[in-house]
Every structure is written in C-alpha cells, then in structure tokens.
Design a binder for this molecule. Structure first.
Ligand code: CAO
Length: 414
C-alpha cells in the first residue's frame, strides 16, 4: 500500500519542537523528509535533557522519526551551492529559525522562488507581523501571549501554562495543514507559495472558546463559570479552575486511593440530559423531586455542593469503576490518566498511537505514532536518524559525485 504523501520531498530546516512536529507528521504520511542540520552540532534537542549520556535525547528521537539527516553548513559558499540544489530538488521547505535567519543566509523568499517557483516555503515564527515580530519564542511564551495562560488556572490564583504543547506542537499541526493545502493548490496553479504560522495565532485559535466568553461577558456574567453567582467577574475572560468550557457543569473529583495516588481523580460532566441517572447512581434520587435541584438553572448556584456530593460517591470507587458505572448512564466522564498508565495502555499500542521503536544507540524507546489514521496510507514509525546518517546518500541523489562529496567534506560544508 502506498503512503499518501509518497513522492513529496521536504527540505526540513526545522529544529526544537514546533517545526519538527510538522515535518514528522508529513514524514509519517510518506513524504521524504531531508533534515538539514549543522555539521557536528545538529538540532540542539539531540543534546537536551539526555537520559543516556552521549545518545540522542528522547526530546529529539520522539520528534524526528521517519526523517533522513543531512549535515550541511548553509553559511559556507560550498554549503550554499548544495543548499541551492536541494531547493531545486524539493517540493516544500520548512523552517522555524529565529526571524530573518534564512534571509541572513541569502535565501529570501524572492531568491527561493527564483531557484524553484514550485517551492512551498513554510515557516513557524513566534508572532505574525506587528510589534513583536522579531522576538524569539518558546512554548510557554506562546501559551502566555496566545491567551491560554490568562484563562488557565485556579480562580484568584496565578496564570498557569498547560502540559500540552499547544504552542509548539499545536503550531506544527497548523503548519502541516497549511503545507498540504498549498500542495493541493499547486496541483492547479503550478506555483508554490509561502505558508506562515505564528505560535501566538496557533494558541489563540486553540483558545477560541475563551474569546467567545470574552465577548459574552459584555452581555452579562458567564453563568457556567464557578464565579457565578457568588463571585466577581472582571473585564477579561477569567480563569475557571477545572470548570467545563461547554456550558454543562463539569469538575474533577477525587476517587478511591486519592490520598496516595496523585492521579486518582475523574472528570465528571453533569449534563442535564443524563442528570437523573447520575443522581440515582450516587444515591441522591431526592434531587429529582426537589425544585432546588431538579433543573439546570436551580443547580447553578449550588454546583460546589453538587460536586461535593458526587465526590462523596466517587471516593468510594476507583476511577475506572466510576467510569464503568457512569458511561452506560451517558454521563460524560474521563479518568485522569497518568503518563505511566497511557504508556502501558494496550489499546493505544494496538492502534499505533504509542509505538516502541528500536534505536541503534539508545535501544528500545516509546514514541507517539501518527494520531491521524488514514485507511489507505500506512503510517509505520521509523526511528529518528543519527546526525548526518544520510548525508552521502542524499548528496548522491541531488547529483553530487564521490569527488564532489569528498571536496565538500574537506571544506567543512557537510
Ligand atoms: N548551517 C549554518 N547555520 C545554521 C544552520 C546550518 N545548517 N542551521 C541553523 N543555523 C544558524 C541560523 O542561521 C542562525 O544564525 P544567525 O543567528 O546568524 O542568523 C543560528 O544558527 C541560530 O538559529 P536560531 O536563531 O533559530 O536559534 P536559537 O537557538 O537562537 O533560537 C528559537 C531558537 C526556537 C527561539 C528560534 O529559532 C525561534 O524563535 N524560532 C521561531 C519560533 C519557534 O519555532 N519556536 C519554537 C521552538 S520549540 O520551543
């Protein structure tokens, strides 16, 4: 079975997380992803948070599967000549350098179009055009500047960043969609184009319900937030602890074993349609006859009390037992799963969402496989490349002879 992006050649100038997330996705779908790295150094993440001395870190190996590595100094004259050939050879170039880095190497968008008018040139930057366009940006900076941190955290407490890499991986996902869209348009237009994603924009896109709430605030309090009716609203969409964003009250409650297990919790949503089943399950049928409890509006002022009652019941069962009882009653709920539990979950192994890969230097490790499943395009995960592992092979493919390669090596270009 062929893979969806087979034949698409990616010139991958990405590093750290946002760009590599994007190109890894394209590589999983079958694109030939040529990762260009600085000779002797490579992507900085190879050496970051190393768990085994002198072996590519999990940070690197988990973001660069299915790629080939070519070392190339794109600042040297010989390196620029090879880089020009690579631009001619490839369909897509992806980069997430600090603003202006490729321009400083002499590869402006105008120059790239001259070399290859069909080239799709895709970039991640921290910000779009505006006051901060020249800033370098990392994950948590994007979470703070994209609206996530101001709307995440306990009420009345400090803003919080989330554990999900919505700035880096989130923007990489956005960029990948931009690239395949541009490839699709190129089928008709015959031309490449520029694809740009700012991390601030990517995070804001993922926080759109909070911009929704910002505008609703002008028309009265946000009744599904825990601040209503007993607390205060300010001028901006506030933090709301673990309240559900969908207008149906939800909260995280303790389950049996919470004293020792930091993840013995479950999220429960008290959806109106399933409330009767929930009330019966927790032994509070009386709520169903009581006008102080039996409508969503009546319950709103007493959500804290309601979740305390639910918690008294959930604390008598482990989180999976709670899930087993509430799911058939159509009560939306989700156990808080630890990374340990996810790593060991057999169903995620079966679907290829978590895969074990063998690496020549580190041995076996777990990585996340392609979460997007195509019925006609297998997405096997291949271990990340060693630094420069495919240099000779790729240089041959773009037309360099053995002598050319030897000369480039002695000049330090590759
Ligand atoms: N050959 C020669 N030089 C190379 C090279 C190669 N193969 N690859 C990179 N370089 C050079 C770059 O040209 C740049 O040189 P100049 O400073 O002279 O222009 C230099 O290496 C450093 O690149 P950088 O500025 O991108 O790297 P940094 O570590 O200083 O910054 C980061 C890292 C991520 C903050 C910055 O790249 C950035 O803001 N990127 C855009 C936003 C982004 O993707 N952030 C998310 C990263 S994941 O958290």
């Amino acid at each position: 079975m062929s893979r969806a992006l087979e034949g698409v050649k990616i010139l991958d100038m990405t590093h750290v997380q946002s760009g590599p997330t994007c190109t890894q996705l394209l590589a999983w779908f079958g694109a030939d992803c040529i990762k260009v790295e600085r000779p002797g150094v490579g992507d900085a993440t190879r050496g970051q948070l190393q768990d085994i001395p002198d072996v590519d870190s999990l940070y690197f190996t988990m973001l660069n599967s299915n790629k080939r590595s070519l070392t190339l100094n794109t600042k040297s004259d010989e390196g620029k000549a090879i880089f020009t050939k690579l631009i001619e050879h490839c369909d897509v170039m992806v980069e997430n350098f600090a603003p202006g880095a490729l321009d400083r190497m002499g590869f402006t968008w105008e120059r790239i179009q001259e070399i290859n008018p069909r080239m799709i040139y895709a970039s991640v930057k921290g910000f779009g055009p505006g006051p901060y366009e020249d800033c370098k940006v990392y994950e948590n900076v994007a979470q703070c500047t994209g609206g996530s941190a101001s709307t995440t955290g306990e009420i009345g407490s400090v803003p919080l960043v989330t554990g999900a890499q919505i700035g880096d991986s989130g923007t990489g996902l956005h960029l990948a969609l931009g690239i395949v869209t541009a490839l699709y348009q190129r089928n008709q237009s015959g031309k490449g184009q520029r694809v740009s994603c700012a991390m601030q924009d990517g995070v804001l896109n993922l926080c759109r319900v909070k911009l929704r709430d910002q505008q609703r605030l002008a028309h009265g309090p946000l009744t599904e937030y825990p601040q209503y009716p007993n607390g205060e609203f300010g001028e901006a969409a506030p933090r709301a602890g673990n309240a559900s964003g969908g207008g149906q009250p939800g909260w995280i409650v303790k389950c049996k074993g919470w004293e020792a297990d930091p993840d013995a919790y479950i999220y429960v949503i008290t959806q109106a349609a399933a409330f009767a089943g929930l009330a019966k399950a927790i032994g509070r049928e009386d709520w169903l006859e009581d006008p102080e409890w039996n409508t969503p509006a009546a319950r709103l002022p007493r959500l804290e009390e309601m979740f305390n009652e639910i918690e008294k019941w959930t604390m008598t069962k482990n989180k999976f037992e709670v899930m087993d009882i509430l799911n058939p009653l159509n009560v939306p709920c989700g156990p808080i799963l630890s990374m340990k539990e996810l790593a060991e979950e057999p169903s995620l192994r079966e679907t290829g969402t978590i895969v074990e890969v063998d690496h020549p230097e580190r041995g076996k490790y777990l990585t996340i496989g392609n979460p997007i499943k195509l019925s006609d395009s297998p997405a096997d995960v291949v271990r990340s490349p060693l630094l420069g592992e495919h240099t000779d092979e790729i240089l041959h493919e773009i037309g360099l002879s053995d002598d050319d390669i030897a000369n480039s090596k002695s000049a330090g270009a590759v």
